[in-house]
Design a binder for this molecule. Structure first.
Ligand SMILES: [Fe+2]
Ligand SMILES: [Fe+2]
Ligand SMILES: [Fe+2]
Length: 326
């Protein structure tokens, strides 16, 4: 049932990254106006220029195969890109949410180019290997720059609050973390069945167990602070408003897309705890700071673990498409 050649698969990966860049362009244009800090805005502006370059490079590689970017995929990318702006703007803590989502998005791009490079290498397409490597390095560098922005984002978000509001704000960050863990449980609950290899399946299911622990730790902090359960619901709605599935087309339906998606999702969690940790420090809630530190360690390990299994995920994806694995 051989359905696709490696070259055809490569064109699909190129089409995917093209739509990811279309969405990134909308985000990079909207982000500086929401950043709440000049240095954060500048990071986005610099990356806008780079993103324009990525789009051109990917288009060139598509043209080399006589293929065109997919209009439908690009349209979906553009729409969710615009939705992203509306989403971040509607948030009371726009700078924090903006930096958190952008941080996760850059890791999704990094993962997508990592996979593209691996497919191109197998197909013997050196020009695409080179383009993917170059872009991947720029996505990683942007992710690193955004990691430097967590502190600035917390400054910008909390600048005008008095101490009472600050404490309330911490409850919201805790509620956000709780809601993200709820999403993680859904994702990791489904992931083992789609994983593509026993090792990936066990990576997902063991992190699912850790995730339950994270949610309990966060719930205990909310409880200790006397926060109400209705806040949890609010946060679930606001976090759920971002359509994660749109990043990679309709669904992370193959082992490779799932692994990239999980990698990006872990980075959304990392961002959430980086922010939580800083807000807790400002409020003087050492217990919450300690929880955030502990969870951060496990999220980082989980992300690195999934990333180390990308090659397996790709093998499984290509095998599912009927492409012989070399
Ligand atoms: Fe990019
Ligand atoms: Fe990017
Ligand atoms: Fe996680």
């Amino acid at each position: 049932m051989s359905t696709d050649t490696l070259a055809e698969q490569l064109v699909k990966y190129l089409t995917d990254v093209h739509s990811i860049e279309q969405q990134a362009l909308v985000q990079m244009k909207a982000a500086p106006g929401m950043a709440g800090d000049e240095r954060i805005a500048a990071a986005f502006l610099d990356h806008l220029t780079e993103t324009e370059g990525h789009e051109r490079l990917v288009s060139e590689r598509l043209e080399a195969y006589g293929a065109k970017p997919s209009k439908i995929k690009d349209l979906a990318g553009t729409l969710t890109g615009a939705g992203f702006g509306a989403f971040a703007k509607a948030q009371p803590d726009a700078p924090g949410k903006l930096v958190a989502h952008a941080f996760s998005y850059e890791h999704m791009e990094e993962a997508a180019y990592d996979l593209l490079g691996r497919v191109a290498r197998r197909a013997g397409d050196n020009a695409t290997v080179e383009a993917a490597g170059l872009i991947e390095a720029q996505e990683r560098a942007m992710g690193d720059r955004l990691a430097q922005c967590f502190e600035l984002a917390v400054d910008a978000a909390l600048r005008e609050l008095d101490p009472d509001d600050l404490s309330q704000q911490l409850d919201k960050y805790l509620a956000d973390a709780h809601a993200i863990e709820a999403q993680a449980l859904v994702l990791l609950g489904k992931a083992p069945g789609l994983a593509g290899s026993p090792e990936l399946a066990s990576a997902y299911s063991s992190h699912r167990d850790e995730t339950e622990g994270h949610q309990r730790l966060v719930a205990a902090r909310l409880d200790a602070r006397g926060s109400s359960p209705s806040r949890l619901k609010d946060a679930a709605l606001s976090i759920g408003a971002l359509n994660w599935g749109a990043f990679f087309g309709a669904q992370p339906d193959t082992p490779a897309k799932l692994a990239a998606f999980a990698y990006a999702f872990e980075h959304l969690e990392i961002a959430a705890y980086e922010l939580l940790r800083r807000v807790a420090a400002r409020v003087g809630d050492e217990e919450t700071e300690h929880v955030a530190d502990r969870v951060l360690g496990e999220e980082n390990t989980a992300a690195a673990h999934v990333r180390s299994l990308f090659d397996q995920a790709l093998d499984a994806s290509l095998a599912e498409q009927g492409v012989a694995v070399r």
